[in-house]
Design a protein around this ligand. Structure first.
Ligand SMILES: NC(=O)c1ccc[n+]([C@@H]2O[C@H](COP(=O)([O-])OP(=O)(O)OC[C@H]3O[C@@H](n4cnc5c(N)ncnc54)[C@H](O)[C@@H]3O)[C@@H](O)[C@H]2O)c1
Length: 282
């Protein structure tokens, strides 16, 4: 029970990877601070775990809102006094051609996937550093932060940004002599609720009547992404076991799909060889 009584913060805890992280840490006796914008599912996860005797708080928080994230950190420290593992995990996806994907899409997606992590770093890292003991800040990036895939430009670019942000975080924590360790999770495809994420769009983040969302291009790309998740996604339980083990092992780049390793090496080799980007093959 390595995680007994550890305090674990998880954003995006209402579904998918975040909910499974909550269940697995809870099963080992951890205390949880859970955040999500999906109130019904967050309540369901919190009720399920509370019924099992888990000590937790859960809050509706939009990670794109810096003040809301700061308030969540405040509540977490008031409730538990420290944080051992902080997962900046909330994320959304979209598909499209770069020059056609509506601009509000980019702002919504980057607000969550990039600024959400910036807000978590601002709110939690100074307090975690002040604890003076080893703790862990974990960003859920993606294999799409290491390999470019052609279908989801706003998502891929946001995950490259989230990954490099976490790399810089690790370097700056080292420079500062902070006891906090950073980690970047880079999952391949995992069966979760991710493709349904538009249901959480805040008003103003899109115009559902924008003709692009009814176009053949968008429909085709969305169908391809949804089919990949259904056909080749690994179970979330398997992915989360690998993630928790990776954090415990002190791994920085936590990869869930070794089948992509040759493509990662190939991309790096292609860069130094001056080769033009090509589609990823597994
Ligand atoms: N599923 C995959 O194949 C896969 C692969 C690589 C990386 N990821 C990443 O894993 C993370 C978790 O995604 P998932 O696959 O479990 O999907 P999911 O949709 O099941 O879970 C994501 C959660 O984030 C929440 N969320 C979305 N926007 C939010 C916001 N602004 N503020 C707070 N919460 C918000 C959603 O409500 C949802 O509960 C994401 O960052 C995603 O990009 C997923």
């Amino acid at each position: 029970m390595e995680h007994k009584d550890k305090v674990v913060v998880i954003t995006g805890a209402a579904n998918g990877i975040g909910a499974q992280l909550a269940r697995d840490y809870a099963a080992e006796g951890a205390t949880l601070a859970l955040a999500d914008i999906d109130e019904p599912n967050l309540t369901a996860v919190a009720q399920e775990l509370t019924a099992d005797g888990v000590r937790l708080i859960s809050e509706v928080v939009d990670v794109a809102d810096a003040d809301a994230v700061a308030a969540f950190a405040e509540t977490t420290y008031e409730a538990f006094g420290r944080v051992d593992y902080c997962f900046s995990n909330a994320g959304v996806i979209s598909v499209g051609a770069i020059w056609e994907e509506p601009l509000p899409d980019w702002e919504w997606l980057w607000g969550t996937n990039v600024m959400g992590t910036v807000h978590m770093i601002h709110a939690f890292i100074p307090r975690m550093t002040a604890q003076g003991e080893e703790s862990h800040f974990i960003t859920t990036a993606s294999i799409a932060g290491l390999l470019t895939v052609e279908n989801s430009p706003s998502y891929v670019a946001s995950k490259f940004a989230a990954l490099s942000l976490t790399e810089v975080l690790e370097l700056q924590l080292q420079d500062a002599g902070s006891p906090v360790k950073a980690h970047a999770i880079c999952p391949g495809i995992v069966k979760t609720d991710l493709m349904n994420c538009p249901r959480h769009r805040r008003p103003g983040t899109w115009d559902p009547d924008d003709p692009y969302f009814g176009s053949a291009d968008f429909t085709k790309r969305l169908a391809a992404a949804t089919m990949s998740m259904e056909q080749v996604g690994i179970p979330v339980e398997e992915a989360v076991r690998t993630i928790i083990q990776g954090v415990d092992d002190g791994t920085f780049y936590i990869l869930t799909h070794p089948a992509y390793n040759p493509a990662i090496v190939g991309r790096t080799q292609g860069i130094v060889d001056g080769v033009r980007p090509s589609k990823v093959r597994r």
